[in-house]
Structure formats: structure tokens, C-alpha cells
Design a protein around this ligand. Sequence first.
Ligand code: PMT
Length: 401
Amino acid sequence: MLQGKNIVLGVTGGIAVYKSVEIVSRLRKAGAQVKVIMTEAAAKFVTPLTFREISQNPVSVSMWTEVANWNVEHIALAGWADLFLIAPATANFIGKVANGIADDMLTTTVMATRAKVIIAPAMNTNMFENPIVQENIKKLIRLGYVIIPPATGKLACGTEGSGRLPEPIDIVTVLTSLQRRQLQSLRGKKVVVTAGGTQEPIDPVRYVGNNSSGKMGYAVAKIAKSRGAEVVLVSGPTYLPDPPGVKVIRVKTALQMRDAVLNEYSDADIVVKAAAVADYRPQQTAEQKIKKSDSNLTIVLEKNPDILLELGQKKTKQFLVGFAAETQELLANAKEKLLKKNLDMIIANDVTIAGAGFNADTNIIKMILTDGTVIELPQLSKEEVAEEIFNRIESLLPVRS
Ligand code: PMT
């Protein structure tokens, strides 16, 4: 989607500047041409040389340096841009643009462009929550600027909260979605996603679990959000931060996951079950830690409810997508689950292959539809897999309703 696009990346002075280098690299890999404008402050964190090398284009910092060609540089760059991204954007930059101040290379170019401007703020939580900054952001949104909300987590200043620059892959995903004009393609739809593995307690310190990291389900939730959906993510225990703008319900056991999903089900339009739910749980959970003894220990496991099966039985308008994690007979087993659970699509992944399934950053999937169509995809990042899943869902939604 970004192939052949001209993107100007504005970089302002914050510790997150190092992530902008990866943004340039990802944009170029996606086929875009990138030109970088840095503020003087940004150039104190990372040198223009780094951006020049990675973008393979000259980098602009000052308005007053000698230019090689006689054209007004900020006007030329403003006209060249198909998309204009500012990441990270400081409170200072946001304040200037919101109030019409153009006193350096970046702000004058932003002021002169007719391209879509996308701003990714990154700063300390208190600064971000400051009413002046919030007012400026609201004003920019009203004026048609796109704001990528900051992520939540540990900040460079040592505090925790909102203000982190989202990961480069997430920022590039927003640009891709914008470019496809799909940013709002799921607007008005409620998408429920499950992610991670469940943990079934044996005693207060042990559990029956599996290797799911949650990465696949979190990627699905992020992409649904980037397309404008209202997203509810029911997550087993993971180390992943909440995706921005997504309602996250954290659970531990299959029974808790079942309750949470059923609660959100009746008005859902799309449900994607990427979670690895434990099929069995210990029949008894010991109140105290089980002591080691000389004899073997037998734990009786009883069956957990099959949440997806139940969703399939209760289905009214929902488009239901399951995952099948298989180690053999991938297609046959996945097709059986598609039918048995009354799904609209199943995503089959052979979890024995390197680069697929549990814990990997990538996945290798086959999408199977109810008419028997099988769409095979190459190894893709989990975010790209999620994009493909929603592309397919969106093409099928009108046919179903
Ligand atoms: O989390 P990651 O580390 O990124 O790994 C991703 C993944 C491998 C977990 C994911 O790609 C995946 O395959 N998820 C489904 C795992 C699984 O439980 O597959 P299954 O074939 O056992 O179950 C089939 C479907 O039924 C799944 O959608 C599952 O959520 C659902 N199910 C299963 C059992 C159960 N009791 N209730 C369910 O709802």
C-alpha cells in the first residue's frame, strides 16, 4: 500500500527519536520514499547522518543552510509529500502547529503541506495529560490532523503511564491503513478478540497452561482498532501492554474467559478467537501449595467448556473466526473445527513450523472458508496476518448479511 508513496517524516526532540530510525527503515521496506526533517533538538538525540543513511535522502534541519538546488526547500518538501508523519511529536511541536506558529524547518513545512498529516505524540504522562496539550490535540483533530494515541507503559523518565511512542510497526500499520482508506472501514462494528493462553490452577503456585504469548490476538485487536472498530480484547495472562484504545479484560482461566466473552457477545459483529484455551482443568484446586512426597502425584483433569463451540451455537449476526493450532493433519483438523463449531472462517496454523504459531513474531497461516476455499499465506508478521484476516472478513461481511 505504501509502494511508491512519498513520505516526509518529521522528527522532534524526545528520547523516542531512536524509534524513528526503525520507522524509516520499515517505510522503505514497504516501498515508500522517505525524506526526513529534524528539529534542532531531535538532532541532539540522533545525528542527521543516521537518518540520511537509512532514508538514502538528504535530511533537513535548519532553514538557513546553503541548498544545492534553487527551490524553496520547505515548500518543495511540503508539495512532494503524499503523507506527512511526525514521530515522535513533542508537546512543543503540537502547541506550535495548533497555534499557527511556524518558526523552523519542520513547522513551516507542515504549515505549507496539503498532504495528510499524522502526528504521534510522545512525552511524559503528566505533560501528555496537561489540559493545554489535550486542548491542542483536540484542536488538531478538529482540523483534520490524524493523531496516533501514545502507548502506555514504562517511560524513559522512570514513570509508568500513557506517553510512549507506539512501536514503529504499529505506526507504519496506521499509515498503511490510511493509505488504503480503510482507517474507518470497521467503524460502527464491535469486534471481540481473545488472546493468550489460559492458566488452570493446581494449587496457589502451579497451573496447567500453554505457550501462547498473546502476540497473535493482540495483533488482531490492534488492526481492528486501526480500522475504526470498537474493540474488546479478552486476554489470558501475557506480558504485552494493552493496545491503545482497546478495552482489555484480563482473565486467567477458561471459565473466566467464557464468562467475559459471553458478556460481550450479543452485540458483537465480529469475534476472532486467537486464544489457546486449556481444554482441561484440574478437578480440585488445592488451597495450599501441594507438598512434595515420595509417591507420584495424580491430578484428575476435568473438561473445560468449549467457548467457541458455544458461541457457534448461540450465533445470531456474528461473523465468527476461530484459530486451529495443529501439529498434524492441518487442513483436515481445521476444517472439522470450522464445521463443528459453526464458524465463518478458521485460521489454521501448523505450530511445529519455525516462524509460525506460539510465541513467534510471525505466523504462517491458511484461511479456510465455509465453501471449502483455502487461502495460503506466506510467512508474515502477526500484524500483517491480522490485516489479511480483516481484508477477508470485510470482503465476506456483506455477502453474509
Ligand atoms: O499467542 P501467540 O504466542 O501469538 O500464539 C498464537 C497461537 C498459536 C495461540 C494462535 O495462532 C492459535 O493458533 N490460537 C488457537 C489455539 C488453540 O487453542 O487452538 P485449538 O485448535 O485448540 O482451538 C480451536 C479454537 O477453539 C480456537 O479458536 C480456540 O480459541 C477455541 N477454543 C478451544 C478450546 C476451548 N475450550 N475453547 C475454545 O474456545
